[in-house]
Design a protein around this ligand. Sequence first.
Ligand code: PLP
Length: 341
Amino acid sequence: MIDLRSDTVTRPTAAMRKAMAEAIVGDDVYQEDATVTLLERRAAEVTGKEAAVFLPTGTMGNTIGAKLHTEHGQEILCDSRSHIMNYELAMAAWFTGCLCRQIPTANGVLTWERIQREIRQVNPHSAPTGVIEIENTHNAGGGSVYPIETVNEICDGAHAIGLKVHMDGARVFNAAVALGRPVAEIVAKVDTVTFCLSKALGAPVGSMLAGTKADIARARLYRKRLGGGMRQAGVLAAAGLIALEESPKLLAADHANARWLAEQLNLIPGVQVDIAAVQTNIVFLDVAGTGKTSGELSALFKDRGLLINGPYPERMRIVTHFDADRHACEEAIAIIRSVLR
Ligand SMILES: *Cc1c(COP(=O)(O)O)cnc(C)c1O
């Protein structure tokens, strides 16, 4: 099976499995797991933040990130197709007691100009804005990347009126590769950032939340409340360390494969891809012209050994990753051609 449903499907590498077997561990709820502590220190360095905490999932990272900067009865400002709003089972609302105020955008990338108009002060009718949440790269936006100046403008504008900014950087390493800039520069002004080790970086489990020492100390308490206090988690952190150190250099190949797939798909009758929108490892294809729904196509591709999700009836999503090399992408195109012939 060629699996292009998501970059979460990668299997741990041989080096990760070896490191997991040999990891030095302790009880991480007591902060006695040396491997977790090392991963947290490296994540803080890579993001240029004071501290970081190891979490089971990115969803927990966004949940805690939103909680750190809000009080019950406020609003979380985010893009209308954001992960926190659409794909986290309303957990942000559940845990923070806030509503998400959604801003529609073309590709998920917000601007300060747009955000500014939605900011609310408390008054007899409106809940005040509690935090601004931005997603980089933007998943449902097709892997779109925030220009660094846009992130900085949002942060400067927010900070000037006492608001904090949380970045859902599940794929911020893809943004770094696309921009040719270090992650620390991209996230320099955001107050907290979550990133996933288990997406394109290829670790089996885990995400990081980075921010100030004080925020991360509180984040540890929220993690425990959410049931995310893990014990000998060093076996997971060991794979995470390899993902953090080694995998970023593999992402350029994923981006090249995504672009190649986009170009090839566009040559197939009935399929349309906005090639200019393919900035990282995600490709959305419009299949309306095939006369079949994305669900029907998913099933036909699957019969021939290719897994692709159709999250919308007329649009399918392909995500490249290190377990699907160029050869696998070529096979994927051959399967799609044969189905649509
Ligand atoms: C995958 C993802 C997350 C977190 O997902 P988990 O499955 O909870 O780790 C958060 N934000 C975005 C944009 C994602 O793509």
